[in-house]
Structure formats: structure tokens, C-alpha cells
Design a protein around this ligand. Structure first.
Ligand SMILES: Cc1ncc(COP(=O)(O)O)c(C=O)c1O
Length: 399
């Protein structure tokens, strides 16, 4: 179909909730995608840290074909073998004992908030329910999760917002200690802030949060929706810190693009859910969880977290070289594994456009950072090419 007409229809018929790039992507394979005019791009967005195995991975495609032709959906009134297997696998490879499946990151966080509040009420006073979250964080766009997202720009116009959320600066243990009181149920935090700028906290931050939560008898909830599934070089980002949470949320890469969310918890926390207290129609259906099973098995069998660590080092080192010779145009390169942010002097939008024109798709984060989240299967030649394009794009946009 004619690309220009497609854009006109998009302008006319879609709600304009996002500023879209003037590109319609129609096909993908590995780290490459093609647009409706046949132009090829390196995809270092990974669909916002989703396509960990790359586009059209043969095992994922095979599972989708087979499961779609066998059984797509039944509802949670029945046992779903794929859901049970995926839950067992996630628990076998993490701190968790139990899993609740949903359809998105926001829903996974909604479940985490509900779990934390119910747990707090059953383990303390009936008015315990406050969630402490971090400035610059991102937890979703539903009313509760956008309120947990301590960035006012996402709140405007949607008031009244639900109560029971308190904000503190990221990477500031003293502020958390000051904020905890008798009404606090949980601390909710991303181990590395993704949307907020790829902000990596100090090494002592997560262990410090764990200690504060233990001392106060409250829960530590880790939002690993962006950092999980091997992206930071370990299966879960919390492994870098040597502590475990009480609740962890996942989505994005869990089924490589098939919508899915998961809330993982210890037996103690999960026990507050009893029949009828929570629910979902689609969550954990045979299709999404069959794909999740294939994705997770592939990730573990092919040791993709280790690969992400290796390739991430390579990418960071090469971007570091771009920074070194940029004469101050690149201020900082930071991140972990294959979640990398690059602070720029030039308006980040201009650099994103220059990259796209040269055949590389990248994300932004925070106010002025370029964000890279390629598939964990990315190869060295693609990294070299991407860095070359970024180098030229930074040069193109030099103020
Ligand atoms: C850390 C984090 N939490 C939650 C979400 C929300 O996920 P979803 O868009 O699937 O609702 C995102 C999405 O970018 C995220 O990065």
C-alpha cells in the first residue's frame, strides 16, 4: 500500500497518543527490519526492549504456528499446561514461588501494587497501603501505575489520581528511610531506570533498599519489565546486586512481542490472593505462555544473558570511543548489558532522525539520552555498523 496514504489514514483515524516516526515497518528478521518502501534498518530499539530473540525467530514462529493451530484461548477457569510450565520455569530460575500472568507491564505492576497492599493489610494495620516509588521512574499508563510513575508530565489532565503513592529521588537511600512510615506497604523501583534515562544506581542501592524494607517489615517490589530476561547481562538485574525482591514484575521480552505480563512473588506474598480476589480473561492464555515458554527456554539454553553482557561491553566500549573523540558532543555513555544510554548535547530527536535516515533505529530516554536496546542475539558486525551510524549522526547534529 502507498506509504503516504497510510500516514494520512493514521493521522485521521488513530488517536494521537504517540509521536510516530514517518516510517511504517512491515517485515523483520533478526536485528533487521524493512519499511513499506523497502528500506532496510538495523533495529536497536528491539520494539522498546521487547524482541530479545530478534524478529521472526524460527523457534518463536514455530511455536506460534503450532499453538495457534492447536488452542489459542480457554480462560483461567481451566488448568493451562503452558502457563503452568512457564510459571515453573520462571520460579526455578528466580527467587519466586508463584506467578500471576497478565497482558502488559502496566497490568503486571497493577497486580504487584494490589498484592503489596493486601499483604500489608494482612500483616499490619488496616491503613497500610502506601507505595514509595522513585522520581524519574516508569511503571505504566493505567491510573495506578501512572501515579506510581513519579513524573508529573504523565499525570497532567488525568486527575484525580489514586492516592497512596509517595515519591522520593532515585538512588537516595536516606530519602527512602525518611519516607517510610507506619502506612507504607512497599517500595517499588526499577533496578535501572529505563524510560527515565537509563539511570544506573550505585552498587549499594538495591542492597540498601532491601535492608530498609526488612527493617520496616515492608515489601521490596522490583519492576524488571525492561531490565529482566537477560537484558542487563544477567537473567534478572537484581542478581548484580546480590539481593532478591519480594515481588518482581515482567512483561516486554517475556514472549518476544506477544503481549504478556507476569507478577512473580514469594509464597508468603502470593498467599494473599485467594479465589475471586483478582482475575484476568486473557492473562496466561495458551498462546502467550507457549511463546513465553519457547522464549525463556531459548534464552537459557543459548546463554543469551551472558551474550548480552559480552555484546553490551563491546557496544559500550565502542560508544565510549565515539564519546572520547566527540569533543564534548557525547557527554556520557552508561548502562548495563544491552541496555545503554548515551547523553548528548545536541537535541536527541535530531540525532534519532539522523540515525534513522542512515538506516539505524534507536530510542530516546529521559530528556536528552539516546537509548539502545537491540536483541540479545545481536552480532558484532551489526554493532560495528550501528556505532558507525551513531558516530556520523552525532557529527551531523553537532551544534
Ligand atoms: C520499567 C517499565 N515498567 C512498566 C512499563 C509498562 O509496560 P507496558 O507498556 O507493557 O504497560 C514499562 C514500559 O515501557 C517499563 O519500561
Amino acid at each position: 500500500m502507498d506509504t503516504k496514504l497510510l500516514m494520512e489514514w493514521s493521522d485521521k483515524h488513530l488517536m494521537t497518543f504517540a509521536k510516530r516516526y514517518p516510517v511504517a515497518l512491515v517485515r523483520g528478521e533478526g536485528v533487521r527490519v524493512w519499511d513499506s518502501d523497502g528500506k532496510e534498518y538495523l533495529d536497536f530499539t528491539g520494539g522498546i526492549a521487547v524482541t530479545a530473540l530478534g524478529h521472526s525467530h524460527p523457534k518463536v514462529v514455530g511455536t506460534m504456528r503450532e499453538q495457534a493451530a492447536t488452542l489459542l484461548h480457554v480462560s483461567n477457569y481451566f488448568h493451562i499446561p503452558q502457563q503452568i510450565h512457564l510459571a515453573k520455569l520462571l520460579c526455578d530460575h528466580s527467587f519466586a514461588d508463584r506467578v500471576f500472568f497478565s497482558n502488559s507491564g502496566a497490568e503486571a505492576n497493577e497486580t504487584a501494587i494490589k498484592l503489596a497492599r493486601k499483604w500489608a493489610k494482612e500483616h499490619g494495620a488496616s491503613d497500610r497501603g502506601d507505595i514509595i516509588s522513585m522520581r524519574g521512574g516508569f511503571h505504566g499508563r493505567t491510573l495506578a501505575t501512572v501515579t506510581a510513575t513519579a513524573q508529573e508530565k504523565y499525570h497532567h489532565g488525568f486527575e484525580p489520581l489514586p492516592g497512596g503513592f509517595k515519591y522520593v529521588p532515585f538512588n537516595d537511600l536516606r530519602a527512602v528511610a525518611r519516607a517510610i512510615d507506619s502506612r507504607t506497604a512497599a517500595v517499588l523501583v526499577e533496578p535501572i531506570q529505563g524510560e527515565g534515562g537509563v539511570n544506573v544506581p550505585d552498587d549499594g542501592y538495591l542492597p540498601g533498599l532491601r535492608k530498609l524494607c526488612d527493617e520496616a517489615g515492608i515489601l521490596l517490589v522490583l519492576d524488571e519489565i525492561q531490565t529482566g530476561m537477560g537484558r542487563t547481562g544477567k537473567l534478572w538485574c537484581y542478581e548484580h546486586a546480590g539481593v532478591t525482591p519480594d515481588i518482581m514484575t515482567l512483561a516486554k521480552a517475556l514472549a518476544n512481542g506477544v503481549p504478556i505480563g507476569a507478577t512473580l512473588a514469594t509464597n508468603d506474598v502470593a498467599s494473599v490472593l485467594t479465589p475471586g480476589t483478582h482475575g484476568t480473561t486473557f492473562g496466561g492464555n495458551p498462546f502467550a505462555t507457549a511463546v513465553g515458554l519457547t522464549v525463556f527456554t531459548t534464552l537459557v539454553e543459548e546463554r543469551l544473558p551472558e551474550r548480552a553482557a559480552r555484546m553490551g561491553r563491546l557496544l559500550s566500549d565502542r560508544l565510549g570511543a565515539v564519546r572520547a573523540k566527540s569533543g564534548g558532543a557525547v557527554k556520557e555513555v552508561r548502562g548495563r548489558g544491552l541496555l545503554i544510554g548515551m547523553d548528548l548535547v545536541a537535541p536527541v530527536g535530531a540525532v534519532v532522525s539522523a540515525c534513522r535516515e542512515r538506516g539505524l533505529l534507536v530510542l530516546t530516554a529521559g530528556d536528552n539520552a539516546l537509548r539502545l536496546a537491540p536483541p540479545l542475539t545481536v552480532d558484532e558486525a551489526s554493532i560495528d555498523r550501528a556505532v558507525e551510524i551513531i558516530d556520523r549522526a552525532v557529527e551531523d547534529c553537532r551544534p
